[in-house]
Design a protein. Structure first.
Length: 488
């Protein structure tokens, strides 16, 4: 149930050649990661200028829906036509979406532009690890992955500050205009620095039916999670219909995986226990971090009384420690035999930090908060690189694109589910005030209950977040520690 072709011997790249290719990927990765957060601080300004504040959440939701749904497709296209081809398609689509957003005369056009931008962004943020799998052996990938980790977290942390600055001192459309020179530069980079990229295309067929099914199931699920409790009650007919549709289409997708001549996600890949446990650890680990990134700023403002600016600056420490931890772990990963030991021990540290955050949510001071963030960032840093390398170590090269695409897809999907679940926990604390409030409104409404009641709501979120990290740790323990390959 997979395409078969003769393998060709590939020339092994030098460290310098590999480094050049990896550096060439950082700009597209930065663009894709930046657009996930850059609008957060600019939403009120955009709402006032366009005279529509009710639809503002869709500027974030539309991008996330589109980018998450298409990730598996980019992985498959990369396996069929090559990595550089898939990356150029993603950049071109992202450029078109950015241009539409920059010129948008209304909220509807802006939302449509963000959707197109998200279709391109899904490829920008997911192709880096696929290319890395082509140019470096599993034993060597950890040190190169550190470049990606720094780019991901730096773009995510700088996005809100940059978006707020442009909206306040230039114009909100500048958020999208800056993507034009960046995108053109990225196209130039992929046409020059990636010339040395080895080619591993195989005569695959694209499972169009499977692609449509997975897009339909994921979009309806994420749409339901994003509007439940905001536009409609959780038990309302529209929400139940969306969830039922997602479940039915999801079952049809699983059946398609079993019966298709060449399924979108190869069954052989999913049957490997290393891949399954790596998927689970990666998804639940990143889901917990995404949840913290969303709810910690509100916790700092609601419970600790910080201003939005001070809250944003207070969270920079988790970015710094995560980057340092990921970089150091990447250097160690390929030099030891028991490569799971450090990430598992570090994850225990991160879980301890999140549990303490929940336990001391009501009485924590700023210094104590920063120390816990250091523990969380340092503890989580080694996990993503390990799970990516573990998958690349066991899958066939011609299945690398779709395998890592599937990992990124499940990570993004679980991140959206985690945020919705954590939002429901907070909404439960504000239910006496407003049964139909959105998550942002609920976060603000907790102030009316007093800091103590708000702290209890956030404590429950932090305990749930620790539970996600615990699931990641269990999956990591169960994942077999196969020797890392030395050849690319």
């Amino acid at each position: 149930m997979d395409a078969i072709a003769d393998a060709t011997k590939v020339k092994r790249l030098t460290h310098r050649e590999t480094q050049i290719i990896v550096l060439g990927l950082l700009l597209p990765i930065f663009m894709g990661s930046l657009d996930q957060t850059i609008l957060a601080s600019a939403l009120p300004t955009i709402g006032r200028d366009l005279g529509d504040t009710q639809e503002l959440p869709w500027l974030i939701t539309a991008y996330l829906l589109a980018s998450t749904a298409v990730i598996p497709l980019y992985g498959k296209i990369a396996d069929i036509r090559g990595r550089a081809f898939a990356l150029r398609i993603a950049i071109a689509v992202h450029l078109a979406g950015s241009l539409i957003c920059a010129l948008a005369p209304s909220m509807l056009v802006l939302i449509l532009g963000r959707s197109l931008q998200g279709i391109g962004g899904g490829g920008l943020s997911s192709m880096g690890m696929v290319v890395l799998g082509d140019v470096a052996a599993p034993r060597e990938r950890g040190r190169y992955y550190a470049y990606f980790a720094v780019t991901y977290t730096t773009a995510g942390a700088c996005g809100p500050a940059l978006g707020g600055f442009l909206a306040d001192y230039v114009h909100w459309s500048a958020i999208f205009w800056i993507n034009i020179p960046l995108g053109l530069a990225a196209l130039a980079v992929t046409s020059s620095l990636l010339r040395g990229l080895p080619r591993h295309e195989r005569p695959h067929g694209l499972d169009v039916i499977g692609a449509l099914l997975i897009v339909g199931a994921s979009v309806s699920l994420m749409l339901g999670l994003n509007v439940a409790g905001v536009r409609f009650p959780w038990s309302s007919l529209p929400i139940v219909t969306l969830f039922c549709f997602s479940l039915i289409v999801g079952v049809l997708f699983v059946l398609r995986l079993i019966t298709a001549p060449e399924p979108l996600i190869p069954i052989a890949v999913l049957r490997d226990p290393v891949v399954r446990y790596a998927f689970i650890a990666n998804a639940f680990g990143w889901g917990s971090v995404v949840g913290l990134n969303i709810f910690l700023p509100s916790y700092l403002q609601t419970v600790m009384g910080l201003t939005p600016t001070d809250a944003g600056l207070s969270l920079m420490v988790i970015m710094v420690t995560l980057n340092i931890s990921a970089g150091l772990a990447g250097q160690i990963l390929g030099r030891v035999t028991r490569y799971k030991t450090l990430p598992m021990a570090a994850l225990v540290v991160a879980i301890t930090g999140v549990v303490l955050l929940g336990w001391r949510a009501e009485s924590l001071n700023l210094w104590g908060f920063e120390i816990l963030l250091i523990l969380i960032g340092a503890g989580f840093g080694p996990l993503p690189g390990l799970t990516q390398v573990a998958v690349q170590n066991v899958v066939a090269r011609h299945q690398l694109g779709i395998s890592l695409g599937a990992m990124n897809f499940f990570r993004s999907l679980l991140g959206a589910i985690t945020v919705a679940a954590f939002g429901a926990i907070v909404l439960a604390a504000t239910a006496p005030l407003d049964h139909g409030a959105s998550v942002p409104a609920a976060l603000t409404a907790t102030r009316h209950h007093g800091a103590a009641d708000a702290a209890q709501a956030y404590a429950r979120v932090f305990y749930a977040d620790a539970g996600c990290l615990a699931v990641a740790l269990i999956a990591l323990v169960l994942m077999a520690e196969r020797p890392l390959q030395k050849g690319p």
